[in-house]
Design a protein around this ligand. Structure first.
Ligand SMILES: NC(=O)c1ccc[n+]([C@@H]2O[C@H](COP(=O)([O-])OP(=O)(O)OC[C@H]3O[C@@H](n4cnc5c(N)ncnc54)[C@H](O)[C@@H]3O)[C@@H](O)[C@H]2O)c1
Length: 156
């Protein structure tokens, strides 16, 4: 299978990419390597993926529809992990969330739609901030619940 992996240079994306390559899949990674955190770390992750002959990489922004449409050609699965993560930063730079998490997410969905029956499966990650301490998925004993502030307006 051929997988479009958005956020390939990210924390989760790199590990997903390595796991897919290890089982013989073809992976098309896309990431804009933005500077929300250390770009050298993202480049180091990417350097673990690029030696694989079944890996190709598009450095680009998922907020650009043409870029996503180009990357999705020939793909039959999508793992969508590119996102602007974090909650506090959404107060500082809300535009980054609109671009990556709303415009970018919609573009990935449009790209998926363009594949029609050729797309077998798509999975994407949401934010843990959508779970609150009152969610049935969280219990009072959950460490994350205690340590994660409940944003009034989670955007990520
Ligand atoms: N790490 C966690 O504990 C955790 C928990 C819950 C949910 N998630 C979700 O999982 C997903 C991946 O998380 P992560 O920890 O790997 O985050 P990450 O920030 O390490 O990786 C995201 C990657 O997406 C890229 N990216 C951001 N905006 C982009 C854009 N517009 N175009 C192209 N690339 C873009 C970034 O450069 C980065 O490499 C996110 O949706 C995050 O909210 C993560």
């Amino acid at each position: 299978m051929t997988v479009l992996l958005t956020g390939a240079a990210g924390f989760i994306g790199m590990h997903v990419g390595l796991a897919l390559l290890a089982r013989g899949e073809t992976v098309v990674g896309i990431d804009n390597l933005n500077d929300y955190y250390d770009v050298a770390l993202k480049e180091a992750r990417l350097a673990q993926l690029t030696p694989h002959e079944n890996f190709s990489f598009v450095r680009g922004d998922i907020a650009d529809l043409d870029t996503v449409m180009g990357a999705v050609k020939g793909v039959d699965r999508i793992v969508h992990l590119a996102a602007q993560a974090g909650v506090r930063y959404s107060m500082e730079n809300p535009g980054a969330y609109i671009q990556a998490n709303i415009v970018g997410h919609m573009n990935v969905l449009e790209a998926a739609r363009s594949l029609g029956g050729g797309l077998r499966h798509m999975v994407y990650a949401s934010s843990s901030a959508t779970l609150s301490c009152h969610s049935p998925w969280m219990t009072r004993s959950t460490i994350r619940c205690r340590s994660t502030p409940r944003p009034r307006r989670p955007m990520s």
